[in-house]
Write a protein that binds this ligand. Structure first.
Ligand code: 0O2
Length: 191
């Protein structure tokens, strides 16, 4: 896990620099916050079982892309596009895959833009590439997904159908508010 933690640290440092540069240029926190975590061994094993991968290191390295996970939380919804474009231009990482859960939210209501990247690292004198997942979302999306993660996502289907439905509806309401607040900001504050 040590090498994943180093990759997480390196990537977070680069994204923090991007956050500062954007703040200087745009005169507000385009990126409001950056959080990160290393997936717990229990959670890795659960995910491998769920996806029917044999539990071994090769499957872990090849198939589990989010052992190092970084969340880039933008102030307004349309900042996500700007941040996404800038991440794509970063010379220090290689992009492997992108998933747009903003254009097409998940059935649960989950919405964010995911980029799977490779971070070049040195390990025992050798060049290796460590995978990490960058989730880009708005503050509103982060609010919903953090709450939903605690209430439902990890409870393995124990939540009632009614409460699941309510969470889906709340995701839609939050998305509408996200859109309205962004429009109000862009209308009144010109940069
Ligand atoms: P945790 O606890 O956050 O680490 P893939 O191998 O990429 O095809 P994967 O990784 O399941 O399959 O892809 P997916 O669906 O894009 O999910 C990646 C991560 O997005 C999840 O990691 C969550 O962090 C987040 N996510 C996806 N769906 C939801 C959702 O409905 N609600 C919430 N709150 N978060 C979601 P983990 O490992 O599943 O969980």
């Amino acid at each position: 896990m040590g090498i994943y933690d180093q990759a997480r640290g390196q990537l977070t440092f680069q994204l923090e620099m991007l956050k500062e540069a954007l703040k200087q240029y745009c005169k507000y926190d385009v990126i409001n916050n950056i959080t990160s975590r290393i997936k717990s061994p229990e959670s890795i094993i659960n995910k491998m079982k769920k996806k029917n991968y044999g539990i071994n290191y090769q499957n872990l390295i090849e198939n589990i892309n989010d052992i190092a996970g970084i969340r880039v939380i933008c102030t307004f919804k349309d900042d996500i596009e700007r941040v996404k474009q800038l991440i794509r231009r970063m010379q220090t990482i290689e992009i492997l895959n992108e998933k747009d859960y903003i254009k097409k939210p998940k059935k649960s209501g989950y919405s964010a833009y995911h980029i799977i990247v490779e971070v070049p690292m040195k390990y025992e004198g050798q060049d290796i590439y460590v995978k990490a997942e960058i989730q880009i979302c708005s503050m509103a999306m982060n609010f919903w997904s953090t709450a939903e993660h605690k209430i439902k996502y990890k409870t393995k289907g124990k939540l009632s159908k009614l409460d699941s439905k309510k969470l889906e509806i709340y995701a839609k309401i939050i998305n509408e508010l996200d859109e309205k607040i962004k429009e109000m900001y862009r209308k009144n504050i010109r940069i």
